[in-house]
Design a protein around this ligand. Sequence first.
Ligand code: SF4
Ligand code: SF4
Ligand code: SF4
Length: 159
Amino acid sequence: MSNSINQSRRNLFSRRKSKVNRPPWVKADIDFTDICTRCDKCITACETQIITRGDGGFPEINFAQDECTFCQKCVQACPEPLFDLAQNVPWQIKATINDSCLANSGIWCQTCKDACDPRAISFKPAIGQAPKPLIDLESCTGCGACVAPCPNQSIKIQA
Ligand code: SF4
Ligand code: SF4
Ligand code: SF4
């Protein structure tokens, strides 16, 4: 591929880098879209089918239906030097809860807490109000298990 085409690919996708979640264990210091060949092998390998073809055909994580189990099948399926399992954590993304959370409307809902295996979500009792969720970012793995069950799509997983 020529340098000019490479450059235009970089320009096209660099703006979106911060918004898009790539699969876990992707090396932090690489330009993902320069190395990924869009072969779809990680998409096929993902046991929970959370890897989708995103912008430009590059793989993106989508937690709308399911979570990451950290099974590493995407890493094992990838033929390119994109991943590093020696990294301390699979990725830097964490859960954040936005203002649309039903607790802000006085509705008692603790669905996200029940979905969270590492118990990173807690609810602080408040007199006369619905308890609001709090996320312990140290415990949150960014697995996304809390996203799909939330009845109001109030949880995003992002860096
Ligand atoms: S670690 Fe497993 S569940 Fe997570 S994105 Fe990779 S293949 Fe999918
Ligand atoms: S599941 Fe969603 S709406 Fe319910 S408490 Fe958690 S963030 Fe709020
Ligand atoms: S992303 Fe996973 S670990 Fe983090 S709060 Fe949601 S369910 Fe818990």
